[in-house]
Design a protein. Structure first.
Length: 265
């Protein structure tokens, strides 16, 4: 826990006066729901594989059955997970902002759609989603919410290979999603980074953009990041514990318990 230098009320007061909030979330918030991050070692049948080597176009081209099976297993694993208190708190924050006629844009690097399951609206998915699979030939896509696939690789009706609609290492982010994210950050006056390592670009560039624009910046993470010393506030802790207190303090009362907080300025 970081050395305390302030209280949740200080951070919440700035949030309460914000007019345009942008939130960027990473794997850390989903790991609290039981979803392993790409930095976690694989277990069971997948223990001998490096997830970073499975999540590439080259890996899919070499062995589409293997990659499809792994992503299908991950899809089914995510289906058993539920939003945690951090997801719910961000959905509450968004609703509270919108109810006041203000803006709150939620951007995620996660592919699990737990934010939507918690009630968040219009979530910008920078890295796509596990739930949509698309054909490499005819480009048709569909939502896959059912049980594990019967055969691998997954085939389209046209006979083409289907892949998860996620962004693999070496691929460009969806142009519309990233452009919308940059536009939201350009206008925001309060930027919140939650559970992201802040080392994966171009998503990490959004934090740089917020800092350059002069927005208040809050980082909530269990570990330090390259931006910890540069943001306005950095809170060390689990998002499921920190975010509910922050939202309560900002929109209900300011009597929440203090917790570990370091402030840059």
């Amino acid at each position: 826990m970081a050395e305390m230098d302030g209280s949740i009320c200080e951070v919440a007061a700035a949030l309460r006066s914000a007019r345009q909030v942008v939130i960027l979330t990473g794997a850390g918030i989903s790991s609290e729901s039981g979803i392993p991050t790409f930095r976690d070692a694989l277990t069971g049948l997948w223990a001998k594989y490096d997830p970073a080597e499975l999540a590439t176009p080259q890996a899919f081209a070499r062995d589409p059955a293997l990659v499809s099976r792994w992503y299908d297993a991950r899809r089914c694993q995510v289906a058993r997970c539920r939003p945690n208190r951090g997801h719910v708190a961000l959905a509450r924050l968004q609703r509270a902002m919108l109810a006041k006629g203000l803006a709150c844009t939620l951007i995620t690097q996660n592919v699990d759609r737990l934010h939507q399951a918690a009630g968040a609206a219009d979530v910008i998915e920078l890295h796509g989603t596990l739930w949509i699979w698309r054909c490499l030939d005819c480009r048709a896509s569909s939502e896959e919410l059912g049980p594990p696939f019967a055969t691998y690789p997954r085939r389209c009706r046209c006979g083409g290979l289907r892949r998860p609609d996620v962004i693999w290492f070496g691929e460009m982010l969806p142009e519309a999603a990233f452009s919308s994210s940059q536009e939201a950050v350009a206008w925001c006056d309060y930027f919140i980074s939650v559970g992201t390592s802040s080392v994966v670009y171009p998503a990490a560039g959004l934090i740089e953009q917020a800092l350059a624009s002069g927005a208040k910046t809050l980082e909530v993470n269990s570990r330090p990041t390259p931006f910890t010393e540069h943001v306005t506030w950095s809170i060390r802790g689990k998002s499921g514990e920190v975010l509910p207190k922050l939202v309560d303090a900002a929109f209900e009362s300011c009597g929440a318990e203090e917790f570990g907080l370091s402030r840059d300025n």
